[in-house]
Ligand binder design. Structure first.
Ligand code: PEP
Ligand code: MN
Length: 337
């Protein structure tokens, strides 16, 4: 259940109530919104506890949460979550563009891509050092060497870094380098990894699993949130359907739906969502129109020579044109780029 405090209730009163709940054996999560504080109460549902809480003068109401995702749901946290990383905000009116190559191939390629996406307006550089490849014979990523290149590129360009973590054993070293840790589609239900990311206090970008339902996706986010890490960004990247023309089917209806169900920011990856660079501009615009808080787009200095995901990568020139066109779409839905 959640305990909704009266608007303007002070910290002392909130502590009085949380102490009382803890003495009764409940866990508590405090969510301090702009106007009111909400206490998430974790433990057995008991009517008499709810009644006792409701009888307290500082309490406006007590609500039983019906959905299985307690902390990710809007019932618990009605206002949008805004994640702050340095001077970047994710989840408010300003849209975030994350862009860069699928994989780090060498330092020159990474710098070239980073400078190009920065010039076109991206604030976050995406690039994989650890790559989850379908075939063990495909390029697997530069791993630790890639992380070193990312550190140097951040210093050089000032871009923030989002990069993928593959398992809980390398989570700490990836967290040291990344400003945002990416959990790939294939790892969405790696619960040991999710638990570890709940412990490490770095923002997490959680991609939707290849065939995950929206509830499974939000429950995966719940693992991270319940570990005490509230900075979770959801990323729709397409799901597997019967349609072979596209790599995945980009489920854009999930964007407004997840935003109704959850307070977490939602971004869209039209590159993996379609697998075809020719579809990326249209789907990027559609994603913003659907209410996405940002985009993750693959950009490669020379897509034809890319070691992974070349067919879905934009050239720097195509990306520049796209970011220019996106400004109008953003304005039309009351957002800014
Ligand atoms: C990626 O971002 O390069 C990637 C592997 O994405 P996904 O996990 O969505 O397939
Ligand atoms: Mn990729």
């Amino acid at each position: 259940m959640i305990v909704v405090m009266n608007p303007g209730t002070g910290e002392k009163e909130v502590t009085r109530i949380t102490d009382k709940l803890k003495k009764m054996g409940y866990g508590v999560h405090i969510s301090a919104g702009e106007s009111r504080t909400i206490i998430g109460v974790i433990g057995q549902r008991r009517e008499e506890v709810a009644q006792a809480m409701e009888a307290m003068p500082e309490v406006e109401k007590v609500v039983f949460i019906s959905r299985p995702f307690k902390l990710a749901g809007r019932e618990y946290h009605p206002e949008n979550t805004v994640i702050r990383i340095g001077d970047l905000t994710i989840g408010d009116a300003e849209l975030v563009i994350m862009a860069g190559p699928c994989a780090i191939e060498n330092e020159e390629q990474l710098i070239e891509a980073a400078e190009a996406v920065k010039k076109a307006g991206a604030r976050v550089l995406r690039a994989g050092a650890f790559k989850p490849r379908t075939s063990p014979y495909s390029f697997q990523g530069l791993e630790q060497q890639g992380l070193k290149f990312l550190n140097r590129v951040r210093e050089k360009t000032g871009l923030l870094i989002v990069t993928e973590v593959m398992d809980q054993f390398t989570a700490e070293e990836v967290a040291e380098c990344a400003d945002i840790i990416q959990v790939g589609a294939r790892n969405m239900q790696n619960f040991y990894l999710l638990r570890e990311l709940g412990r490490l206090r770095k923002p997490v970008l959680l991609k939707r699993g290849l065939s995950a339902t929206i509830e499974e996706w939000l429950m995966a986010a719940e693992y991270i949130l319940s570990g005490g890490n509230y900075d979770v960004i959801l990323c729709e990247r397409g799901i597997r359907t019967f349609e072979p023309y596209t790599r995945n089917t980009l489920d854009l209806s999930s964007v407004p739906l997840v935003k109704q169900l959850s307070h977490l920011p939602v971004i869209v990856d039209p590159s993996h969502g379609t697998g075809l660079s020719g579809l990326v501009p249209a789907m990027s615009k559609a994603a913003l129109a659907a209410g996405a808080d940002g985009l993750m787009i693959e950009v490669h200095p020379n897509p034809q020579e890319a070691l992974s995901d070349g067919p879905q990568s934009l050239t720097p020139a195509q990306f520049r044109t796209l970011t220019r066109e996106l400004k109008g779409v953003a304005l039309s839905v009351g957002r800014l780029i």
